[in-house]
Every structure is written in C-alpha cells, then in structure tokens.
Design a protein around this ligand. Sequence first.
Ligand code: TYM
Length: 328
Amino acid sequence: MKRIVSGITATGNLTLGNYIGSIKNLIKAQNEYEIFMFVADLHGITSPINPSTLRKNVSEQLKTYISCGIDVNKTKLFKQSEIIGHTELFYYLTTISNEGQLKRMTQYKDKSLKSSNKTNHIPLGLLMYPILMAGDILLYNAEGVIVGADQKQHLELTRDLAERLNSRFKLNFNIPEPIIPKIGSKIMALKTPTKKMSKSDDDINETVFLLDDLKIARKKIMSSLTDSENKVYFDEKNKPGVSNLLTIFSAIKEITIEESVEKLKDMDYKKFKESVADVVIELLSNIQNKFNSLTDDDVKSALDKNKLYIQSEADKYINKVTKGFGIR
Ligand code: TYM
C-alpha cells in the first residue's frame, strides 16, 4: 500500500484552509493509503511561542483531526516530537543542505521579514524549517505527501534532499510526490482575498477557524470582501473574493466550480454569502459536535495505538541513513 505523510504546524487553531487544503484529502485517502499524520509541534517552535499556548494547540489539533474524520484505526496519528528520529534525521539532512536554496524559499522570505520587523532578528529555525519538514517525510520513506499549494516549494526541497541522499550514500529513498487538491489548494483570506488564509494572521476576521463560534463564523463570511458587481461568477484575477467563496463552497460540497456557479449564479451577494455560510456552518457544527464529545483520554489512547509501529518504522530509516553516512 502506498504510504503518505502529512502534518500541520501547531502554531494555532486549525482553519478552514487547513481543512480544505489538507485534512479533507487525508480523510478521503485513508481507505486507499497508509497514512502517517502528525501534529508538528517541533515546527511550532521555529518562531517564538508561549509554551502553554503550544501545549493547548497540540491537544486541540489532535482532537480536531479526529473530529474532522481522521480514523485512528486506519491513520497512524502521532505527535512529531514523540517519535525519536525527526530531530535526528533533521541533523543529518542539514549536512547535505545548502543555505542558498533555503534562503530562496518564499515562506522563509515572508516570515523572516515579519520577524526582523518585529524583533530585529531572524531565528535560525525559520531558515531550517524546510529541512525538518523533509526529515518528517523521509523518516517514513513516504511516496506521497498531502499538502496545500503553499507547501509545494518545501516538497521540491525534500525531493532534492532524497535524491542527494540516494546518490551520495547509495540509498534508495522514494522521491515523494506532492498530492495537492484540484479545488481549494489555496483558500484565501476573507477580507484580503489576495493573500492566503492563515492560522497565524494578526486579524482573526481574515480566517474561519474550525472551532469558531458558529455565529461568529457566519458573520466572518457575511462580511468577507467581494466587489461591487453583484454578479456571481468565477474569475480569480478580477473577482478574488467571490472566486474564493465559490472555491470554499465547491470544495465542501465536493462539486466542480462550474456546478457551484450554476447553483448560485442568480443570487445577489447577500444570498450568495448566506449559501456559502450555510455549508461552512454545517461542516463546523458537525466537527464541533464530535470535538465536544471527545475526552483527553480518547486522544491519549489514539496516540498510544500505533506508537510502537511508528517508532519502529522511523528507526528503520534512521538506521539506513546512519549506516549510509558511515556513522554506524
Ligand atoms: P501548515 O500548518 O501551514 O498547514 C497545514 C496544511 O494546510 C495547508 N494549508 C492550506 N491549504 C489551502 N488553503 C490554505 N489557506 C491553507 N493554509 C494551510 C498547508 O498547505 C498544509 O498542507 N510545513 C507544514 C507542516 C508540515 C508538514 C510536514 C506537511 C511539517 N512537516 C511534512 C507535510 C509533510 C505547514 O506549515 O503546514
């Protein structure tokens, strides 16, 4: 069975973008693939974060994955830091990485600029972040990685590092393929639909969080930015707000953009937004009902389920790398 790895950084509450770009596709893939899915707490500390916030994020994210439909009897769910090997492989990979390639990463450029504006320095962790991510994927020798479009560049680096490992050390790691959804690979911010919806946006009204109060989530969608034309059709360049809402609607309902336009084209913007809000609220409400029924013990037993197997798979590939390097 083909193996897939995916993770979400523990920097905040999960968003509708995370759901559409990643979680939804993992849920669909559960029956076909062997999935390793983790909460990336080590990635969560690459920028300063309050320890109690991090702890809360990790526990809420794990509960939210399960509430969305991640089935722990099928998917190997875990916390990144609990599996020894992520940090170890990260170190080995730094020795075959180039600073120049890391500095060219779009996410690094954005985040380092933000960081130096705020604090006057750039944590080295921000630069190294994609190497840690490459390690997460190669540690399980994944063949595919389910991600949104923003992670494509990081995947390219992972593929480069896998090729470098194979050619320099005579190893045979898979060169992992990105698996990116056709609809919703980049959900945009609600008030500024030219930028990505993000869990760490300074303005919470840009983002629908999966655990948002339902009334607040509806309000966020009703006050999202559209345009003055009052006509519903898809044109990402000239109508980014309307196109983003159409994408959200299509992704959740699992229909094409054309089918959504057909359903919604005769509505004015108020009615259109209400229709989009209705499908979002239905989704959130199902997730939240499940979330409220889960206990911390449920999460603990989910994490315990496959821990030994996950660790043994990680050990297997660490051994290959250390032997390859001549360390063991
Ligand atoms: P993160 O936490 O930024 O995002 C988690 C996943 O959600 C997707 N995503 C989106 N998709 C569509 N529209 C959006 N607005 C949107 N925002 C986020 C992301 O593409 C991602 O798939 N580096 C990763 C976490 C990670 C990882 C890994 C992923 C660490 N190690 C190994 C895969 C494999 C990240 O920061 O994702």
